[in-house]
Design a protein around this ligand. Structure first.
Ligand SMILES: [Zn+2]
Ligand SMILES: [Zn+2]
Length: 372
């Protein structure tokens, strides 16, 4: 175990509302310090998610623990397992993923019903326990996700959060083959994966987003209709027109803006389902109660996914049915090395990624590679 260093590079949120700090002397938990059931992961890469922004900006009703290593979409290799773990589903050398839900008890009512993410003892990567913006992180043997062999690590990282979240939302929306699903924010990290999972389920997709880059991406991935929210004055009417004049059967709303949720109730056809997935900190859902009742609208929420959702979402991607559109920032791009590698100058990388995310400028997903 002597090849495990005692310090590492990590991006740390020092206190609530503070900017991330890149530290080169962050301690690595040593194998001898692992509790039974814990494992040490050497990370290859990590996705960067909008949720990381909330954790860092502290704009949610829930508050992150600080100081804390951010990040929750990591892929790496098991390098140590806590002594006395007993029966263990992973072994040293396995490639595994770390998702938002780092731990749940697996034995409460919520866990037994498959809502591990709602477990009262849930631990959240990069929020209540150290996350994946680091070279090493500690996770839990029953909650790390095995990565299929033919899926590359950077793609898998994005599936572990964005993919799982939209996959579960679609799965539980009740939308059936041939029905129309509306995806506001379709060109972003979650949206571009939602388009593909929806198409795989036989759904017909109306993509809402803005700009030519996102338009081309959405149509390329199989969306049938495109609505640019900056150019279209009446989005509700545009969606109704796009869906045979009757409105959509389902909307999976991943955006942070409250208007995306309110509009959905108006453009859904009778019997339609609004599946709320985005997590804006303050916004209220201002749906018309009259029309929610009159049109028999279902309003549901779906929050990330459990271990089974993660396995399913990754399996579909590993068969090439869902392709992650990501930009890798790190050592593989020599022109960017000085600006982007995780060593000294990397504050620029992660902060520029955060800025781009906050401004809605990221088409697809950003993945950061760890230094070797
Ligand atoms: Zn995420
Ligand atoms: Zn539980």
């Amino acid at each position: 175990m002597s090849n495990i260093p005692t310090t590492q590079t990590a991006a740390v949120v020092p206190f609530h509302g503070a900017d991330l700090e890149i530290r080169n002397d962050h301690p690595v938990r040593q194998p001898s310090e692992l509790a039974p059931g814990e494992c040490l992961i050497k990370l290859y890469c990590t996705g960067v998610c909008h949720t990381d922004l909330h954790a860092s900006h502290d704009d949610w009703p829930l508050h992150a623990t600080t100081p804390l290593v951010g990040g929750h979409e990591g892929v790496g290799e098991v390098v140590a397992i806590g002594a006395n773990t007993g029966e263990c589903p992973v072994k040293i050398g396995d490639r595994v993923g770390i998702k938002w839900l780092a731990y749940s008890c697996l034995n409460c009512e919520q866990c037994r019903n498959g809502r591990e993410q709602n477990c009262p003892k849930a631990k959240l990567s990069g929020f209540s326990v150290d996350g994946t913006f680091a070279q090493y992180t500690v996770s839990y043997v029953y909650h790390v996700t095995p990565i299929p062999n033919n899926l590359d690590s950077s793609a898998a990282a994005s599936i572990l959060c964005a993919g799982v979240t939209v996959y579960r939302a679609l799965k539980y929306s009740g939308a059936k083959i041939g029905e129309w699903v509306v995806l506001p924010g379709a060109g972003g990290g979650l949206g571009h994966l939602a388009i593909q999972y929806a198409v795989n389920m036989g759904l017909r997709v109306v993509a809402i987003d803005t700009g030519l880059e996102k338009k081309n991406l959405c149509l390329e991935l199989g969306a049938e209709k495109w609505i640019d929210f900056q150019q279209e004055k009446d989005i509700v009417q545009a969606v109704r027109d796009a869906c045979d004049g009757e409105g959509a059967h389902c909307a999976v709303v991943t955006t942070a803006s409250p208007s995306g949720y309110t509009q959905a109730v108006d453009y859904l056809r009778p019997g339609g389902t609004l599946m709320a997935v985005g997590l804006p900190g303050e916004a209220k859902l201002e749906a018309s109660i009259f029309f929610t009742v009159f049109k028999s609208i279902n309003i549901l929420g779906s929050y990330v996914g459990n271990r089974q959702d993660a396995v399913e979402a990754l399996e579909i991607a590993s068969r090439g049915k869902v392709v992650v559109k990501y930009e890798c920032k790190g050592l593989s791009d020599p022109q960017r090395v000085s600006r982007l590698r995780w060593s000294g100058h990397t504050a620029d990388t992660i902060h520029s990624v955060y800025d781009a995310l906050a401004q809605g400028k990221v088409a697809g997903r950003i993945v950061l590679e760890m230094p070797k």
